[in-house]
Design a protein around this ligand. Structure first.
Ligand code: SF4
Ligand code: SF4
Length: 206
């Protein structure tokens, strides 16, 4: 399905049971856009988020940030006691998507409904674009694709190197490049991302 398509989603039936914000482990991945939005709206740095709101895990050798589940409550630290998301306006892309997922096809991606994702009855048909509610969706989708394929290339590059020290340096460089160096809120995010991507891509193509 594309963003222009309709899908049966819990737009009215979502009563904030919060099930999609609990016990998610390290599965709610955060991309550079998510981190830029969190830093901008919470007026904090990437380092401030680490170990309190988010954490890092490795996937095929690449460090990936994810939302941290609070140990005491077993849920995302942004989940309020009323079962509602405390950062709804700037919640991460994975949270906006749910219960949709993305299926990549080598060039871009399509949306699909995650089987068993949300069991709440009473779903209604809604246009995916409206469900996502993301400004400038075509540019966002282009960014999502670029990032996905860069991550794949980076993971392949790290696997080829088989040099733990070098891979650690590469990971630190990528963390700094895409998350650590703050994005200028007065400049277009996507322009800044493209500049960083061009720089980082050279690591795996030169
Ligand atoms: S699991 Fe479904 S009903 Fe519950 S909060 Fe998530 S989207 Fe809403
Ligand atoms: S950011 Fe909001 S929607 Fe996403 S897991 Fe946390 S509480 Fe749930």
């Amino acid at each position: 399905m594309r963003a222009r398509d309709m899908a049966k989603l819990p737009c009215i039936s979502c009563e904030g049971c919060g099930d999609c914000c609990r016990g998610m482990g390290d599965t709610v991945h955060l991309d550079p856009y998510d981190i830029a939005m969190l830093c901008k709206n919470l007026n904090c740095t990437f380092e401030d988020l680490l170990d309190v709101r988010i954490a890092l895990h490795a996937e095929q050798g690449l460090a990936i940030p994810h939302l941290l589940m609070e140990k005491s409550r077993g849920c995302c630290s942004f989940l309020g006691s009323d079962g509602r998301c405390g950062i709804h306006c700037f919640r991460p892309g994975f949270c906006r998507l749910f219960p949709l997922g993305r299926q990549y096809d080598g060039k871009g991606f399509q949306y699909f409904i995650v089987p068993g994702g949300c069991d709440m009855p009473g779903k209604t048909k809604v246009r995916i674009r409206k469900w996502l509610d993301i400004p400038d969706l075509p540019r966002y989708e282009a960014f999502v694709s670029s990032w996905h394929y860069f991550v794949r290339d980076a993971q392949a590059g790290l696997a080829r190197s088989q040099n733990p020290e070098l891979n650690q340096q590469i990971n630190l460089f990528l963390l700094q490049t895409f998350y650590g160096i703050p994005y200028d809120p007065d400049r277009d995010f996507y322009d800044q991302f493209e500049e960083r991507l061009a720089k980082a891509s050279r690591l795996f193509t030169d």
